[in-house]
Design a protein around this ligand. Structure first.
Ligand code: AMP
Ligand code: MG
Length: 398
């Protein structure tokens, strides 16, 4: 049997297999969360468009304060109005967010002012520029804002709105076929007959796909026969942009997925040097990219994060950015070196990484408490306090 492929090499191969999306559409900004920009955006207007007051108070010209103790109030400027130029020797009543009148060079906050019928006087020294937010303080017209391939966050939606962007051009999101394979699987809600288990991967992977911004998911259950596997793979290839399966890629004779992918397309990656997740497979079925995650739920979780998610991001049109974790000290030790790169489900306890519960690939429940994955490189032991790479689930969720 061929040697196990290092995970970094498998990832590069997998990324090269993913086509970038061709179809684009315009969407209203309010519907753009999680979508990937198919255009680069530059700022059209200064933000803020005019200098404005950061306080409720009085707009003045500092020069006038050396000549007069009390300044008469010549105008009132609420937010949303356009002021007259400031008459020399006067103050303007002004409110937070209102434009600074021409000629004024400072705003005195109302807590430092005493106003009466005569006008206003100030109880503290006044510096030029104080309490004024300059025009373009946040963004300058012409500045580049976001490049094509950026995934839009809530923050990005706010920033784009501040610059007056109403609609954005984004890629059409990929449609994903999600295949659960195995005669033992039944849906939650059904009674379990002897030999059966609930199909947890369907829900795990549906959630992970949704977190990654995929809303078009077509789920299939595939029986453990060559014919059923071939039929579903062909239908999925015709309808979707990516086939994501779990199970059926190991070495047993009931593992039909790998062989049917070879029959209908090609298998380009199979078996990688990680634990859990060794049987990971990838290729294409009738030209549609195929990713085969192992059936064990923890293996599905780990290989989704490490391999399927970056591939999916490429399919979504995102610019690939390698995820670099943080180095955190091991809160445990291990004397026996592992043969493969091992990804432990860990929690962070007092700043150190601690394996969460049973690390068997059949155990998923520890992922409830785990904060992410810790990588123990192949061939290494772990000493207490030794730095390990920590990949938080939040960083990986795309
Ligand atoms: P396989 O690679 O198909 O031999 O599956 C490996 C292990 O994962 C077996 O114990 C399967 O029962 C289990 N498994 C496969 N698919 C699922 C699934 N969708 N949900 C839960 N467990 C699964
Ligand atoms: Mg199976």
């Amino acid at each position: 049997m061929q040697a196990l492929i290092p995970v970094e090499q498998a990832l590069q191969q997998l990324l090269a297999m993913m086509p970038v999306p061709r179809d684009v559409e315009m969407v209203a900004l309010e519907h753009a969360l999680g979508r990937v920009l198919a255009q680069s955006l530059t700022v059209a207007v200064d933000v803020p468009p005019e200098a404005n007051s950061s306080m409720d108070g009085y707009a003045v010209r500092c020069e006038d304060l050396s000549e007069a103790e009390v300044l008469p109030i010549s105008q009132r400027i609420p937010a949303g109005t356009a002021p007259e130029p400031l008459q020399p020797g006067t103050a303007a009543r002004i409110f937070t967010g209102a434009p600074i009148p021409a000629g004024a060079d400072a705003v005195v906050m109302q807590e430092e002012a005493i106003a009466d019928d005569q006008g206003v006087r100030f109880t503290a020294a006044v510096r030029p520029g104080q309490n004024i937010r300059p025009q373009g303080q946040d963004l300058r017209a012409g500045e580049s804002l976001l490049s094509s391939g950026s995934k839009l966050s809530a923050q990005a939606m706010g920033v784009l709105a501040s610059a007056g962007v109403e609609r954005v051009q984004v890629y059409r999101p990929p449609r994903v076929a999600l295949l659960s394979t195995g005669d033992e699987l039944v849906h939650p809600g059904q009674p379990l007959a002897p030999g059966q288990i609930y199909d947890s991967n369907r829900y795990l992977l549906t959630g992970l796909l949704q977190q990654a911004g995929v809303s078009s998911i077509r789920s299939y259950h595939v029986a453990d026969t060559a014919a059923a596997t071939a039929e579903v793979l062909s239908a999925a290839a015709a309808e979707c942009d990516l086939i994501l399966s779990s199970g059926g890629v190991s070495v047993g004779e009931e593992d039909h997925v790998r062989r049917q992918v070879e029959a209908l397309g090609a298998l380009q990656i199979w078996r990688i040097n990680i634990k859990p997740g060794k049987p990971f497979a990838a290729g294409q079925v009738a030209g549609t990219p195929f990713i085969g995650l192992p059936g064990n739920p923890a293996s599905s979780l780990v290989t989704f994060y490490l391999l399927a998610l970056p591939a999916l991001q490429r399919l979504q049109g995102m610019t690939y950015q390698p995820v670099s974790g943080w180095q955190l000290p091991a809160g445990f030790s291990r004397e026996r070196p592992t043969g493969r790169d091992e990804y432990l489900r860990v929690r962070v306890d007092g700043g150190s990484l601690v394996p969460q519960g049973n690390q068997s690939s059949g155990v998923l429940s520890n992922a409830l408490q785990a904060a992410g994955l810790a990588r123990v490189p192949a061939g290494t032991c772990v000493e207490l306090g030794q730095p390990l790479e920590f990949l938080p689930f939040s960083l990986l969720s795309g």
